[in-house]
Design a protein around this ligand. Structure first.
Ligand SMILES: Cc1cc2nc3c(=O)[nH]c(=O)nc-3n(C[C@H](O)[C@H](O)[C@H](O)COP(=O)(O)OP(=O)(O)OC[C@H]3O[C@@H](n4cnc5c(N)ncnc54)[C@H](O)[C@@H]3O)c2cc1C
Length: 335
């Protein structure tokens, strides 16, 4: 078997590893125009926390993606690989002064080891007039560590990496049995998918080793400690392609985070970054047979559109994508 995986972000890498797991004798190639720090995945804080609006084709499939993904990350966290893969446990609070709904999450309330209402005392842990809150314990996957770790694992298992911008599926010279499309926002052009929209985010990565707990406030305010830095955010700008830093966003993020935790004023800024979340109302995980310009048919499985929750859900949708690959290669294929 010969498989191609388009994209080397968190979705492409977890998919490529999943293909190698199910087809140990297959040749798997990752084809991408950007790697590591040049991907959206690298910008993410990496906390496992899907939004309640995150959606696959059905509620059951969405819950399965989330459950499978949590089990995948948690298994790494429990193993000796955890520090190499950049996976750890993290606890935190979601506070709101607007609505109790913001602090609830039906996807993870039963899945995470701890998800409970915050006590009156806990609501006073940060500055702000917090009326509602939840405390939870989850996982964090730091892409800065996970992307190179996964790439190394992939290469060691015989995988091949090619740097190429793919304008169209007809560009692929190699004869692949199936190609899995994990191009994130790139799929907008590659698949002419107008449903895929960027949601721009901007964050600070600061050095504040005294911050050990995550905090979310209203208006996209978050403070999320990782392995070496703490991510301060953020913003969610629908349909914005602006990859430049915006000084007004920087000022607003600092003000909101400093208000919650004034000690952050003492934190050294390591870097500031922008990322475009590849948002699609329904994340696309499905097979398609594509007719190429030379008349040949290429089997493609799409796996893109994870918005602000790609690190959270990558292993779950990748397992589903590989199941579709298997179906396409057997008589089970409905296509
Ligand atoms: C500020 C911010 C904070 C975030 N925080 C979190 C978080 O805490 N938790 C969480 O779960 N998620 C978070 N996210 C969301 C997460 O980063 C994304 O959902 C995830 O990175 C999407 O991964 P991806 O692999 O689909 O895309 P990418 O990482 O963008 O990878 C796409 C890959 O496809 C390649 N590619 C694209 N088009 C082509 C082409 N035509 N030819 C060749 N190669 C191509 C690219 O080079 C790249 O390798 C955050 C995002 C932002 C911006």
């Amino acid at each position: 078997m010969n498989f191609g995986v388009l994209g080397s972000g968190i979705i492409g890498l977890t998919t490529a590893l999943e293909l190698q797991k199910h087809y140990p004798n297959a040749q798997v190639s990752i084809i991408a125009d950007n790697f590591n720090e040049d991907t959206t995945s690298y910008v993410a804080a990496g906390i496992f926390r899907p939004s309640t609006s995150f959606m696959g084709p059905t509620v059951d499939i969405t819950q399965k993606w989330i459950t499978d993904a949590f089990n995948y990350w948690d298994e790494i966290r429990r193993s000796k690989e955890a520090p190499l893969a950049g996976v750890c446990q993290l606890s935190g609070y979601i506070f709101s002064s607007i609505s109790p709904k913001i602090t609830r999450n039906h996807f993870i309330e039963k899945l995470l080891p701890i998800y409970r209402q915050a006590t009156e005392e806990e609501l006073k842990l940060c500055h702000g007039d917090w009326k509602y809150g939840s405390f939870f314990t989850t996982c964090l996957t730091e892409s800065r560590l996970f992307l190179p770790y996964a790439t190394k694992k992939f290469l060691e298992a015989g995988g091949k990496v090619v740097r190429q911008h793919v304008h169209s599926f007809s560009d692929l010279n190699e004869k692949f049995d199936v190609v899995v499309n994990c191009t994130g926002l790139g799929a907008r052009e590659l698949c002419n998918d107008q449903q895929l929209v960027p949601i721009r985010g901007q964050v600070f990565k600061v050095r504040a080793p005294w911050i050990k707990t995550a905090f979310y406030g209203d208006y996209d305010t978050y403070i999320i400690p990782g392995f070496e830095t703490v991510t301060l955010g953020g913003c969610r700008q629908f349909d914005s392609y602006n990859m430049n830093l915006c000084k007004y966003d920087s000022m607003a993020i600092k003000e909101r985070c400093y208000e919650m935790l004034p000690s952050l004023k003492r934190a050294e800024v390591v870097r500031e970054c922008v990322g475009l979340r590849p948002h699609r109302a329904i994340v696309r995980v499905e097979g398609e047979k594509i007719k190429r310009t030379d008349g040949s048919i290429l089997k493609v499985v799409h796996n893109y559109g994870h918005g602000g929750y790609g690190v959270t859900t990558a292993p779950g949708t990748s397992q589903h994508a590989v199941q579709i690959v298997r179906d396409m290669l057997t008589s089970n294929s409905k296509l």
